[in-house]
Design a binder for this molecule. Structure first.
Ligand code: NDP
Ligand code: MG
Length: 384
């Protein structure tokens, strides 16, 4: 039995992961679960999966859960509690399904503890990719991607990163605004942005899918995960979301990974790796699929993607600043304080003001993450 911790178990990925676990009761033991503030759902999950460790980030949630603590359940709270929880020796694999930069500290703590990682969160890697990959290498910790595109690339590459990689084709459904004209993006509402055509996900990633920042973050994620040259990573709009990404080698061979569009597939593989287990998922019906389509991304309509490529080329602290400014913008857009179409301009302004550090340590990363949020906070009210 693999003993797993699911951080962010009350979110979209976390809930899907628990469905996978429910399907394979002999494969997994759920040792630890966590939430930000949804203690009600976490309580239900405690009843269903009987973990021995749980954590709520906010004090109210932790107070509610503390009533359940006893011999069979230890309750942690806050960021430091989460990092302490993942250091428990009973955990074999940590699924990182927390959204945003809050995942960085528990990710580093899990690596330090020598746990293998199933990585759904992308923001932590974008902030501190070189530090994370180096620490994982030193500790011999496996980082198994969960994000469908990274899982696809990882499966196609099978450790052949050095064996003549020519291109990575990172596919993108195009998001909910693919067909909206650039001029109409100004008046786009939150409701329209949250209506993703292919994937049902948390709010932050759904907004990122609409600006294509999600794909930008994935470009950065792929660069760090696979040590790939940025010029070899190409984004390909593929509205059907059947090909989850492709890898081309120097001899002209292209390997692709296909499946129906369901996050439980890459989550399952990250949890069961190196095993593949039959799960009753539907197959892709090639007789019904009349065609698979591909388009070039529109960098003018979606400047966030261009900014992410630029940050990848600038390296150092640029990706961290890009990510923090974007998180601040998404939060403001969710609160109705920033227009959708102003998101890229705010990020661009923050990036332009930032003094690049080429080889940052963790302190530099944390300092610039905070600075970028504050800077975005100063710019946003001036955007009109
Ligand atoms: P959700 O918003 O649905 O869930 C996020 C989870 O993290 C929730 O359990 C939430 O708790 C918890 N959380 C949020 N903030 C904090 C915090 N500060 N401290 C501790 N816990 C916190 O997000 P998703 O599941 O959609 O995405 C999770 C990550 O996976 C993201 O980084 C995303 O980019 C990535 N990803 C998601 C995909 C998807 O299909 N959803 C696909 C590929 C990658 P609470 O319930 O209380 O809010
Ligand atoms: Mg993805």
């Amino acid at each position: 039995m693999k003993r797993i911790a699911i951080l962010g178990s009350t979110g979209s990925i976390g809930r899907s992961a628990l469905e996978v676990v429910r399907h394979f009761p002999k494969e997994f033991e759920v040792v630890a679960l966590s939430t930000n503030s949804n203690a009600v759902l976490l309580e239900q999950q405690i009843r269903d999966f009987r973990p021995v460790l749980v954590c709520a980030n906010d004090a109210l949630g932790a107070a509610r859960l503390s009533g359940l603590s006893g011999k069979k359940l230890k309750v942690f709270s806050g960021g430091s509690g989460l990092s302490e929880m993942v250091s428990d020796k009973r955990i074999d694999l940590v699924l990182l399904a927390i959204s945003g930069s809050a995942a960085l500290a528990p990710l580093l703590a899990a690596i330090e503890a020598g746990c293998d990682i199933a990585l759904a969160n992308k923001e932590a890697l974008v902030m501190a990719g070189p530090i994370i990959m180096e620490r994982a290498r030193k500790k011999k910790v496996k980082i198994i991607p969960v994000d469908s595109e990274q899982s696809a690339i990882w499966q196609c590459l099978k450790n052949q990163e050095d064996a003549g990689l020519k291109n990575i084709y990172l596919t993108a459904s195009g998001g909910p605004l693919r067909k909206v004209r650039k001029a109409d993006l100004k008046k786009i509402s939150l409701k329209e942005v949250l209506r993703h055509p292919r994937w049902k996900m948390g709010r932050k990633i759904t907004i990122d899918s609409a600006t294509l920042m999600n794909k930008g973050l994935e470009v950065l994620e792929a660069m760090y995960l696979f040590g790939a040259d940025i010029d070899k990573i190409r984004v390909l709009i593929h509205p059907e979301a059947i090909i989850h990404s492709m890898v081309e080698f120097i001899d002209g061979v292209i390997l692709a990974q296909l499946s129906v569009t369901d996050m439980r597939i890459p989550i399952q593989y990250a949890l069961t790796y190196p095993k593949r287990l039959s799960n009753g998922m539907a197959s892709v019906d090639f007789y019904k699929l009349s065609s698979l389509n591909f388009e070039k991304p529109d960098f003018t309509k979606f400047p966030c993607l261009k900014l992410a490529y630029q940050a990848a080329r600038d390296q150092g602290t640029a990706p961290c600043v890009l990510n923090a400014a974007n998180e601040a913008c998404v939060e403001s857009f969710l609160k109705g304080r920033l227009q959708f179409s102003a998101i890229p301009s705010v990020i661009e302004k923050v990036l332009a003001k930032h003094k690049l550090i080429l080889k940052p340590d963790l302190n530099d990363i944390c300092r610039l993450d905070l600075w970028a949020r504050q800077e975005a906070g100063r710019i946003i009210p001036r955007m009109g």
